[in-house]
Design a protein around this ligand. Structure first.
Ligand code: HEM
Length: 327
């Protein structure tokens, strides 16, 4: 791997390394086109760390955290022309059978805690402070399901990088020094057809995912006619280096509405790594042999953001505020 090799998660990075929580809220908003909306949104972003303290201090053991990601369009309004090198809108994919749509989003708030009420309270106060400067595009409350399983019944998150591999995979390094310590974030909200999935025999479900269902053991599918999800999402470059990402997927749902979903969220040092995973999943390897997980899981959103370090976020917001104040 090239560039800086992190020996720890830098203190200035947002809480990307926060452990898998029991509860999470994924909030995506767009910011109004007027200057007043931008000014108000900047003020709310400026107060974000204080708001985490205000709510989080009420139960420190519940480890409330909030990561903010900024989309390409908003970043260009805040600091035109000076963007993280790979930041661009989510590229939609048209596969032979399944498509991945690109949907709007200026700001992503990834709110995590051991307690759903803390996530709720934080989101409530955050939206109060954003007021009419934003329009909510999507809001999902996720929960931990048994031993970190998705609603398809498989343990999700096992292959995530840990220790020193975590910042090396998830945080930008010297290759883009102005934005080092930040992270590209891609989200997709998937809805599952659980009825159809339940009709698939367990051995075939396991071949589709690439792990056994009960005990979560990896399945070698080198010689299998169709690659599993796990293999399609494994990215090895021309030099033989494997490129991981950090996922913090969460189940969500409303059984009364027959709504069952997985909120995919991936943090990555290089946006191209997630883009390549998506290409392999939707187009297939070889082309046509797409990820059969998609026969039972449909993406309803798809948006890319960049989560800068705290000092970069502060500088970005303060420079924009100074410009807005002067105009
Ligand atoms: C419906 C949505 C999805 C579900 C339910 C899902 C579920 C899973 C499960 C159960 C595993 C195996 C255990 C693990 O290592 O975590 C896995 C692995 C993985 N998934 Fe997904 N996934 C979804 C979407 C995605 C997407 C959209 C991406 C990337 C763009 C992705 C990337 C990965 C990666 C990188 C691995 C680990 C591969 C390895 O073993 O190295 N997943 N996923």
């Amino acid at each position: 791997m090239t560039g800086r090799s992190w020996d720890r998660v830098p203190i200035e990075a947002q809480s990307i390394d926060a452990p898998l929580s029991r509860a999470a809220v994924f909030l995506v908003v767009t910011v109004g086109g007027e200057q007043a909306a931008l000014t108000k949104a900047c003020a709310a972003l400026d107060g974000l760390d204080d708001l985490v303290k205000t709510v989080g201090f009420r139960d420190l053991g519940a480890r409330l955290s909030c990561i903010v990601g900024i989309g390409h369009g908003l970043w260009n309004r805040l600091d035109p022309g000076r963007l993280p090198r790979e930041l661009k809108p989510f590229t939609p994919i048209a596969g032979p059978v399944h498509d991945a749509p690109s949907t709007p989003g200026d700001l992503l708030f990834h709110i995590r805690s051991e307690r759903p009420d803390l996530c709720f309270e934080f989101e409530r106060l955050l939206l109060d402070s954003l007021g009419d400067s934003v329009t909510v595009v999507d809001e999902v409350s996720g929960f931990r399901y048994f031993d970190a399983r998705d609603l398809l019944g498989f343990v999700d998150g096992t292959a995530n990088p840990t220790g020193l591999a975590l910042p090396a995979s998830a945080l930008v390094g010297d290759e883009d020094a102005d934005f080092a310590g930040g992270s590209y974030v891609v989200i997709q909200k998937y809805l599952h057809d659980l009825k159809a999935w339940a009709e698939v025999p367990t051995p075939l479900q396991e071949a589709i995912i690439g792990r056994t269902k009960i005990d979560n053991v990896e399945i070698d599918d080198d010689d299998a006619p169709r690659k599993s999800h796990k293999s399609l999402a494994t990215i090895v470059d021309a030099d033989g280096n494997e490129h991981d990402i950090l996922r913090d997927n969460m189940p969500f749902g409303r059984p009364g509405q027959r709504e069952f979903g997985t909120y995919f969220i991936g943090y990555t040092r290089h946006l191209w790594v997630i883009e390549t995973m998506l290409q392999r999943m939707y187009v297939g390897v070889p082309p046509g042999a797409y990820d059969r997980l998609l026969d039972f899981s449909r993406p309803h959103t798809g948006t890319t953001f960049f989560a800068p370090t705290r000092p970069t976020l502060e500088a970005l917001v303060q420079a924009a505020q100074a410009k807005l104040g002067a105009s």
